[in-house]
Design a protein around this ligand. Structure first.
Ligand code: SUG
Length: 448
């Protein structure tokens, strides 16, 4: 049976802003308080989705969340009408209002970890929503994420959904940003590769000194258990703590994998040789031939990787067996990175072409092409069971573009977040969006 990797991209929400909310994420911290352009951000994301669809890849869309999240502000003690809640928060606790307005759900690589049916014990596609426990503004995403994923992948015969792990730092889980799957073909059994930043319970593992390690070993192991993965189909590896301290807050900022290929930076992992050998032998057991492409620090430094997001790229398989790398414009702006990429594609290796996308609005908050997509490997029957409303088509692209043009502002600063009118605008937009994407009622304002 035919199988596919479907990329579901996060649609940027109407409150996209630079809140400086992510300590350890260099871009988020350095662009804090700059004015943003939500309309441009959403259109940049849609242009990438359209381009991939036009190239023949399967493309889907994942809806943004209700923001400002008035319900979480109420849980923090703000009261009165919705407008009063927003105004009181703006006056007394602006950072909490900013956090409740973040459009961070656009980075859907963090929405969930997904295991395809060929890997799981019950033969269903499994999803575990990520608790995103490290940052308050992200920890409030998972209840709506679960409802949206449930509306997209509703058929219980094919899809199984798990609630986010317990909401404590010991089970900090950032979803697919620290998870990659290797396989010979998307529909065949593969090897799931979980990368963690620290162990919560075993003090023998080192940990970063400056910035937080968001993903724990124990969280990754829990997800593998929930999904019913075989031990022979799983490899765990630790991220190098020193790169976390240099701003690599997720493994997908320093490595990307697809099919039988891992593209990674020399400094990305601890015990790299052991890890590569385990990936290679486990992939061989399911008929695959593991290949790694290591980028040496002499060619591209960790700092270059963090600034350019070279590894936060999408590595896509083309029908002829070669691979295409989708990188952000910032890679072209970095001389060493661009030179490396020219050499890579000219070398006759597996990565044959690079395509560049302008995603500046998202990049300024630390989100590149790979952050903006959640990969779901599906066979033909499973793809047919996905809610068709969320699969990208030319007419859907047109309706979403018009929807953005109608509802989004082209400038947003902290002051705008305090405007109670923004909440009404966002709810009107999202209500319409759930109809366009045929999601039913998924937002708090629709169900409470
Ligand atoms: O969690 N930025 C996100 C970026 C996530 C990128 N995702 C992956 N690498 N997969 C984060 O740090 C910034 C929000 C702000 O500062 O306004 C933010 O949440």
């Amino acid at each position: 049976m035919k199988s596919y990797e479907v990329n579901f991209d996060g649609l940027v929400g109407p409150t996209h802003n630079y809140g400086g909310l992510s300590y350890g994420n260099v871009a988020s911290q350095s662009n804090s308080q700059q004015s943003s352009n939500p309309k441009e951000a959403a259109l940049q994301g849609l242009a990438k989705m359209k381009a991939l669809m036009d190239m023949g890849f399967q493309q889907g869309v994942l809806a943004p969340q209700e923001r400002p999240d008035v319900a979480v502000l109420r849980r923090l003690g703000f009261a009165g009408s919705d407008a009063q809640v927003i105004q009181q928060a703006a006056k007394e606790a602006m950072p909490l209002l900013v956090a409740s307005c973040s459009a961070s759900s656009m980075w859907v690589a963090n929405a969930a970890t997904v295991s395809p049916s060929a890997d799981t014990a019950d033969g269903r596609v499994h999803f575990t929503a990520a608790n995103l426990n490290c940052k308050y503004h992200r920890s409030i995403e998972h209840p709506t994420t679960s409802r949206v994923l449930g509306a997209m992948f509703a058929d219980q015969q094919h899809f199984a959904h798990h609630a986010a792990l317990p909401a404590v730092a010991q089970f900090g889980d950032e979803g697919a940003a620290n998870h990659t799957r290797f396989c010979r073909a998307y529909g065949e059994a593969g090897v799931e590769f979980f990368v963690f930043g620290r162990s919560a319970f075993d003090t023998r593992y080192p940990a970063p000194q400056k910035y937080p390690a968001r993903q724990t070993l124990e969280a990754s192991q829990a997800v593998a258990r929930l999904h019913g993965l075989r031990e022979e189909g799983v490899v765990y590896a630790q991220q190098n703590p020193s790169v976390i301290d240099q701003g690599v807050f997720h493994n997908d900022v320093i490595a990307v994998g697809n099919g039988e290929v891992l593209f990674y930076h020399e400094d990305a992992f601890l015990e790299t040789d052991r890890m590569l050998a385990e990936l290679s032998s486990k992939l061989a057991k399911v008929g695959g031939k593991f290949q790694s492409v290591c980028v040496p620090r002499s060619a591209v430094t960790v700092d270059d990787a963090v600034r350019s997001y070279l590894f936060n790229s999408q590595l896509l398989s083309r029908p002829d067996g070669s691979m295409l790398l989708i990188v952000p414009e910032e890679c072209r702006g970095n001389e060493r990175v661009w030179q490396y990429l020219q050499g890579l594609t000219g070398s006759g290796g597996v990565i044959g072409e690079v395509k560049v996308f302008d995603l500046k609005q998202s990049m300024q908050n630390g989100g590149g092409p790979a952050c903006l997509r959640l990969r779901v490997a599906l066979n033909q029957t499973e793809l047919a069971a996905v809610n068709p409303g969320v699969i990208m088509t030319a007419p859907l692209y047109d309706s979403l573009t018009q929807w953005v043009e109608r509802h989004y502002r082209d400038r947003m600063t902290e002051n705008d977040l305090a405007d109670p009118q923004l909440l009404l605008e966002c709810r009107a937009a999202l209500d319409e969006l759930t109809q366009i994407l045929k999601l039913g009622a998924v937002y708090p304002f629709q169900i409470n």
